[in-house]
Ligand binder design. Structure first.
Ligand SMILES: [Zn+2]
Length: 242
């Protein structure tokens, strides 16, 4: 069986409209269920729990079998120092929240995040660190807190049976024109390689990705080609149960 897993990164009240539109577009392209990466308190702005419309929408998506993934807590590095220049400034725009937190702080932020899931009656299955950056040694904390999976750029990690599925995610960087151009060339090459070599294709989208026409066209082509080639769409949570 071949699988296509689409994940939508960075859901919070400020990205609600963009992600709702992505979900509707993906639906038209044939992807009915996705993993939505929810940030409890994105960049210390309006918290997800304080937005009635966000809570209602996420509740609907959970009821429709989407997978609501815990995606960091703040998704920024306020109060954490600059860290390594490459990871905090070049690779991300100061978003690598879980890059270098202590074990105690990881547990603390995850516990606070899970309060939201509990209060809303959502089922927490996975945790994915902002920009996938968290030391592998801390996966044991996720396992102890009953998360069933995590992912990084290059693999999916089942935390129950400890099986690792190596398959690099397709992912776009859109915050400058040169990054968009490089992303288009890179993802074209990577997708062709994945089709030849992998049973699982992962597509990770950020809220603005479909706003750039050439990127939107490429993503549509990736989704439609994958479906034509027999990849079945499903969420990470469903894949973890396979
Ligand atoms: Zn993110």
């Amino acid at each position: 069986m071949k699988h296509l897993i689409v994940s939508l990164h960075d859901y919070h009240p400020g990205s609600h409209a963009a992600i709702k539109e992505q979900i509707e577009t993906l639906n038209i392209w044939g992807v009915k269920n996705v993993s939505i990466l929810v940030v409890p308190h994105y960049h210390h702005q309006k918290a997800t729990k304080d937005s009635a419309s966000s809570l209602a929408y996420l509740g609907e998506r959970q009821a429709a079998n989407d997978d609501l993934v815990v995606h960091g807590y703040y998704h920024d590095r306020v109060g954490q120092g600059s860290g390594s220049f490459f990871w905090t400034k070049l690779y991300t725009a100061n978003e690598a929240e879980f890059l270098d937190l202590s074990d105690g702080e990881v547990r603390h932020r995850l516990t606070r995040a899970l309060t939201l899931w509990e209060e809303q009656g959502w089922k927490p299955e996975g945790f994915i660190a902002p920009a996938w950056l968290m030391p592998e040694e801390q996966d044991v904390i996720l396992k102890r807190m009953n998360f069933t999976y995590t992912t990084r750029l290059k693999y999916f990690q089942n935390l129950r049976n400890l099986q690792k599925t190596e398959t690099q995610s397709l992912c776009y960087s859109t915050r400058a024109k040169w990054r968009r151009d490089v992303s288009l060339r890179w993802n074209k090459w990577l997708f062709a390689r994945l089709l030849k070599t992998k049973d699982v294709i992962r597509l990770s989208l950020h809220p603005n990705d479909l706003k750039f026409e050439p990127i939107k066209l490429q993503i549509q082509d990736i989704v439609e080609t994958a479906l034509t080639e027999g990849y079945q769409p499903l969420t990470y949570a469903a894949y973890a149960k396979q």
